[in-house]
Design a protein around this ligand. Structure first.
Ligand SMILES: Cc1cc2nc3c(=O)[nH]c(=O)nc-3n(C[C@H](O)[C@H](O)[C@H](O)COP(=O)(O)OP(=O)(O)OC[C@H]3O[C@@H](n4cnc5c(N)ncnc54)[C@H](O)[C@@H]3O)c2cc1C
Length: 454
């Protein structure tokens, strides 16, 4: 055990080399071996205050499972993990690992590879377990959306014994996780592992139903559902309103990724520009290289420091040959029958804006033009609230649906809502809503004492 002695370097995470990665859409990272996982877990200094747990939106007990792995107890680690994390197989591969951002070991060297250790736990411990349903309770809940928020809410409610039906507009569960996260980062089989653990809970899934269009919230409440949770994610993409935006070859990133995940291969040509600096932009930049593009260039209006994409993703993208041009903002897409170039205004950084990041300011008279065969616009996405005009709902800065932060309640009685900018944030929102729904249902079921004799 390394307790007391800080080892600055993490056990190296194995991956395929950039060239091999680009030849397929298969996962390129590899799990630690059992021995490597134990060695890495032994780097944990076991802080008295579990900073890692506290940084996690679902309060995953990372400290405990890292200790268990350090002792070679992979079974125990899996048990710890699955208590709080019903998407553990996915999160072992693609969590944004807020725990690692606060890891004390990271102050002197590399943070403990907590996410990768979760992957190892599920690789060497038995993750093939089932959640258990308590005895039946009165109360039926409709969940709108089978993404992480909806699934997390469904799990808690079904475990408690409520009748749960998920209405999902698309034809599969998982939300953005299975609709957009590229398979080279997360295989569909990994998501299926998480889904298998839910099978014992008796959750009913209705696919191809868009709530708000095919059935309204009021109708759900009239049809015997006692409460509704809206976990609709962020499927309304930001549009760049500049000349040429409708030219063939200009794609909306979110729609593009969904098409690729459905097996389509839209023609992108050799040179592709991606507009934006977040994780969606990075995923697009790497996806087009796997589709045969020779040059993938991200055009971002601020600098590397302000880029919202995860460092690890940015580094991996650059290792694969993605080029990033900073301080450029598109003003026009040019072309005859298809986009041929992107004209950009050159920017410089000014004062910080409301997000705390320095604002990009145009440099007068300075423009740069990039020749392209395709452009992918990845400038953010928001919850699509158009289908719910009667709800007084707003979206947050990250685009996800904002409900009451304490209760997840909305302006309509019995309707709750939530989501988030990452899988764990969305799960946490779903769980908060599920707890409020349980409270609501218990109150509803309690016999009223008003007017009864003392
Ligand atoms: C390209 C990309 C890569 C990402 N990578 C990561 C990553 O590596 N790690 C990470 O933690 N997070 C990542 N995220 C973010 C993460 O996927 C989301 O934060 C998370 O999926 C949000 O969960 P959710 O349940 O709130 O919404 P969603 O996952 O969007 O699920 C909402 C579901 O509701 C359905 N729906 C919408 N409207 C209706 C309706 N009216 N009726 C019925 N169904 C409806 C949708 O079809 C969808 O299935 C990524 C996102 C994208 C776009």
């Amino acid at each position: 055990m390394a307790r007391g002695r800080l080892i600055p370097d993490r056990v190296r995470i194995q991956s395929l080399g950039p060239e091999e990665r680009l030849s397929s859409f298969d996962e390129y990272l590899m799990p630690y071996t059992r021995e490597m996982a134990i060695e890495e877990a032994q780097r944990c200094v076991q802080c008295a205050k579990p900073w890692c747990n506290l940084a996690c939106p679902i309060l995953q007990d990372a400290r405990q499972y890292v200790i268990q792995i350090s002792e070679g107890d992979f079974e125990g680690a899996v048990e710890t993990i699955l208590k709080d994390d019903m998407m553990a197989s996915c999160l072992g591969k693609v969590c944004y690992s807020y725990c690692e951002d606060v890891c004390v070991v990271g102050k002197k060297g590399d943070p403990v590879a907590i996410r990768h250790l979760k992957w190892a736990a599920l690789e060497y411990g038995n993750g093939d377990r089932s959640y258990k349903r308590e005895s039946e309770r009165d109360g039926a809940v409709a969940i709108v959306g089978a993404g992480p928020a909806g699934l997390a809410a469904a799990r808690l409610l079904a475990e408690r014994g409520y009748r749960v039906t998920i209405f999902e507009a698309s034809h599969k569960p998982g939300g953005l996780v299975t609709q957009t996260i590229p398979t080279y980062r997360l295989s569909p089989e990994t998501f299926e592992e998480d889904m298998r653990r839910l099978e014992s809970l008796g959750i009913e899934y209705r696919y191809g139903v868009r709530v708000g269009a095919d059935v309204t919230l009021e109708e759900l409440l009239q049809r015997g559902y006692d409460a509704v949770f809206l976990g609709i994610g962020t499927h309304s993409p930001g549009v760049l309103n500049i000349p040429g935006k409708d030219l063939p070859g200009v794609f909306i990133a979110l729609e593009f990724l969904k098409r690729v995940m459905d097996g389509e291969r839209p023609v992108v040509g050799e040179t592709v520009a991606i507009i934006g600096g977040g994780d969606v932009a990075i995923d697009c930049s790497r996806t087009v290289l796997r589709m045969g593009a020779k040059k993938s260039v991200i055009l971002y209006r601020r600098t590397r420091e302000e880029m919202p994409g995860a460092d690890e993703e940015i580094e991996d993208a650059m290792a694969e040959g993605v080029d990033i041009r900073f301080l450029v903002s598109p003003v026009e897409f040019k072309g005859e029958d298809r986009v041929e170039s992107v004209r950009c205004q050159v920017m410089e950084l000014g004062e910080p804006d409301e997000s705390g990041r320095r604002r990009p300011v145009p440099m007068e008279g300075r423009y740069e033009t990039f020749p392209v065969d395709s452009v992918l616009v990845a400038i953010g996405q928001w919850a699509d609230l158009e289908a719910f005009p009667d709800l007084d709902l707003k979206t947050g800065r990250d685009g996800s649906i904002l409900a009451d932060p304490e209760t997840s309640g909305t302006s309509m009685e019995g309707v709750f809502a939530g989501g988030g900018p990452s899988i764990v944030h969305a799960m946490a929102a779903g769980e908060t809503a599920a707890r409020s729904i349980m409270e609501y249902l218990e109150k509803k079921a309690a016999p009223t004492t008003a007017g009864s004799p003392p």
